[in-house]
Write a protein that binds this ligand. Sequence first.
Ligand code: GLN
Length: 447
Amino acid sequence: MITLKEALTKSNEEIAIFKDELEKKAKDSALNAYVGFESSGEGVPILIKDNIQVKAWSVTSGSKILQGYIAPYEATVITKLKSKGMMAFGRANMDEFAMGSTTESSYYGATLNPHGTNRVPGGSSGGSAAAVAGGIAIAALGSDTGGSIRQPAAYCGVVGMKPTYGRVSRFGLGAYASSLDQIGPIGQNVEDTAILYDAITGHDEKDSTSADFESEDIANHLNTDVKLTIAVVDSYVESADEDIQKAFAYTVAKLSEAGHTIVHKELSNTKYDIASYYVLATAEAATNLARYDGVRYGNRAKSSNTEELYYHTRSEGFGEEVKRRIMLGNFVLSSGYYDAYYVKAQKVRHLIRDEFNAIFEEADLILSPVTPSVAPKIGASKSALEMYKSDMYTIGVNLAGLPAISIPVAKNEEGMPVGLQLIAKAFDEKTLFDGASSVEKVVGYTK
Ligand code: GLN
């Protein structure tokens, strides 16, 4: 597949022909990575996760409840892409409302991993990652609330990046957990990912959480030969399985050979990541998803009064995982429990952030696994708790609001990719991408 960098040098006519071929290939593909083939305007086609609004397109967040809903306005990231020679093409499959780690909870059915079609691509941006890995998208946008860009990128052997909270406008992103959600790029390599990242960054007055920074210009100044201090947390890595530990040790050795300084650090609060995340994320999700009541959006169930309308619309429209989280979220917010759960989880969140920041006083980046294993088989993630645990390496980054990037570094004996993650301090994406380009260079991963 042509890279994003190459595609941006082509004429509009060449790109139009390429786009038609791509559309045909995407429609013929068995991966189930696309759930729609809409396109908008002229430019290099970028696949869009189905929770980002493109004006006049369907947008469903992978849910039955939003079938038939047409976006009345455009997400800021889409407007920005268009001003940089790109266009939105296709809607990517995802876990329903971005709740999940496998893309199996989509109303459209599971997406398959191109490296092994009996495996999940990860989630929730599984369609975005599988399409880039499977040669049916040049690059894609995803969203990351607790790992949903980095984890599928790792499972599919592509690069996926979560920007600092506030770096990219969330205007037009279907809200899951608003204090954690970020839109980010997925690309075939670090440079392409940086190009797409640069394109979508910058302050947006339509998003009150958007930070007051100009757009980034990182891709044109990538420094592959940078020498950095990189922290590793040994106890953290030990929880991953052998495939991951091997790839980790190999990468650390290569980085050290290349002249980076490796320092060993501790992160003792990470054991609270999952518990605090699932209190905060579900509380915010319960609030955000209250708007899907059959009155204003999408599907409306048959009913004879208002109460029945809410009841039937929501019972029929939401899948099992989404219902579980709405119930959990309403429980932790309910009177008498608010302080014990929500307020406590917010306090823990600050401790988690402080611990990361203490490491950044001495190190430029942290290197960690993205996942405890390679992509599981389809249907293997039966229990919700097991699935939640697989987010142990990605969630802390969202709680702390930090930027992080997943880079493929190796394959296991079965040919399944292993990705590792670099984490930087808030708003230091420049160092993050430099470090990532260095990792890419030293490990010599082949697709
Ligand atoms: N797997 C996590 C969850 O289910 C993260 C999802 C995400 O980042 N959107 O909430």
